[in-house]
Ligand binder design. Structure first.
Ligand SMILES: [Zn+2]
Length: 442
């Protein structure tokens, strides 16, 4: 997510001049493509979502069935969901949960604006499973937002109720968003999503491509994760596409009218570079979709990146969003309590991309970032501390990236080995800054 920064970068990059220099990691061996993470003790939850997209009304009506195995201590009395659409748009909450069932039996949920508590008929013991079914409806706000419907394009990020992260015996719930940063985070899960959409509408979701099937006057899109994903997002609209293949991954650039020639190339090169730096990208497709997003230049989702057709972006932003496939997607973090972790790492990764492919601009950018972040030690603040977007970005994006960059300049091998270690050890998990510190020995 970037706005002011990207505009500033645009001007900075347009002025580019300076010197080059071979990136240290160029001499590194290729990625180890066989490392397989071990699943968490409870296994990953499974979301099965059947949904219908009603256009042009902009309404998603769906049924979500969550299969959950409890790995915590005996006696879990409820399951808690975060109502992501209502966190994103609390003033006019788009999501309503219409009914709930546990193991096939109706239950009465306790609903607040952004939280849904499902009481369990019997306490769940360690290792026991439960299936919860929710009928819901999401009215897409008619806005150029990450969850919105604008210029005939559906942007569906955070469109369903998501199981709250369960940490240290507690469900993590979130306050209504304030329009700054990412106001929620989720735990990785497996997904099977069946989406009915009008014919003539293309759908790109957080899944490998499956050709749509005709279903009456509509089309049915079946999208399934082949490996756990952080959350499931999609976009629907009319797109043209360019694509290329890199190391077995199909990289797709979906655009509405005119392509920006830099996007596909940047996405493919950064994907390849970050695989080498941070470990394998385990999915078979990555889609960069240009959508009418305003306020954010880009927005990251698993296997899917939104780039704004309304804002000016540079290759730096594309690389930043691709880097989120590792720092947010594969390795999750508390984006509300510690937003500097994923944003700082994504920005640092984009700097490394520039070091290799745009050395002139890289040097200027490093100087600019260093000046802007001089003396700024408080970049580790939680999201709630920031009262404006600009300060948030200067700290969580720029100052945090420069903290990584400082370590990189002192000990590039140590830092990158450490980050690879984190990406391997915490794949599909959530990491805290304390764990990062332990591994990297700050
Ligand atoms: Zn970001």
């Amino acid at each position: 997510m970037r706005r002011l920064l990207a505009i500033l970068l645009f001007f900075i990059l347009a002025l580019g001049a300076g010197y080059g220099g071979a990136a240290w990691w160029n001499s590194r061996p290729g990625p180890e493509l066989t490392r397989v993470p071990s699943p968490p003790p409870g296994g990953f939850p499974l979301y099965e979502i059947e949904a219908e997209l009603d256009l042009p009304k902009g309404i998603i009506t769906g049924t979500l069935t969550l299969s959950y195995r409890h790995a915590g201590p005996d006696g879990l009395s409820d399951l808690v969901f975060n109502l992501l659409p209502n966190i994103l748009h609390p003033a006019e909450p788009p999501l309503a949960v219409l009914s709930a069932r546990v193991g096939g039996n109706p239950v009465q949920p306790v609903t607040e604006l952004t939280v849904l508590r499902i009481p369990l008929p019997e306490p769940l013991a360690t290792g026991q499973r439960v299936r919860v079914r929710l009928d819901f409806q999401t009215r897409l706000p008619p806005l150029p937002a990450r969850l919105g419907y604008h210029q005939d394009v559906v942007m569906a990020g955070g469109w369903y109720p998501a199981l709250a992260p369960y940490r240290d015996g507690e469900w993590t719930v979130f306050d209504p968003g304030r329009g700054i940063g990412d106001p929620y985070y989720t735990e990785s899960a497996n997904y099977r999503v069946r989406l009915l959409a009008p014919r003539g509408v293309d759908v790109f979701g957080s899944a490998d491509e499956v050709p749509p099937r005709r279903s009456g006057d509509r089309q049915e899109w079946f999208m399934q994760s082949t490996e756990p994903i952080r959350e499931f997002a999609f976009t629907a609209g009319q797109f043209r596409t360019h694509s290329t293949k890199v190391e077995g991954v199909e990289v797709v650039y979906a655009y509405p009218r005119r392509p920006d020639d830099r996007v596909l190339d940047t996405a493919a090169r950064s994907l390849s570079m970050f695989q080498r730096l941070f470990g394998p990208y385990p999915y078979r497709r990555l889609v960069v979709a240009e959508v009418p997003l305003r306020g954010n230049v880009g927005m990251e989702y698993p296997l899917l990146v939104f780039m704004s057709s309304q804002e000016t972006f540079t290759p730096f932003t594309v690389a930043h969003e691709v880097a989120h496939q590792w720092w947010y997607g594969l390795v999750g973090s508390d984006q509300v309590g510690e937003p500097w972790v994923d944003e700082g790492l994504a920005n640092f990764a984009a700097l490394l991309f520039y070091e290799k492919y745009y050395p002139t601009q890289y040097n200027q950018l490093a100087v600019d970032f260093r000046q802007r972040s001089a003396g700024m030690n408080n970049f580790t603040s939680p999201l709630g501390v920031y009262s404006d977007e600009r300060t948030y970005r200067e700290r969580a994006y720029v100052a945090a990236a420069m903290s990584w960059h400082g370590k990189y300049q002192r000990d590039p091998a140590g830092l990158l080995d450490g980050l690879r270690e984190i990406a391997s050890r915490h794949r599909h998990g959530l990491i805290t800054s304390a764990e990062i510190e332990k591994i990297l020995e700050f």
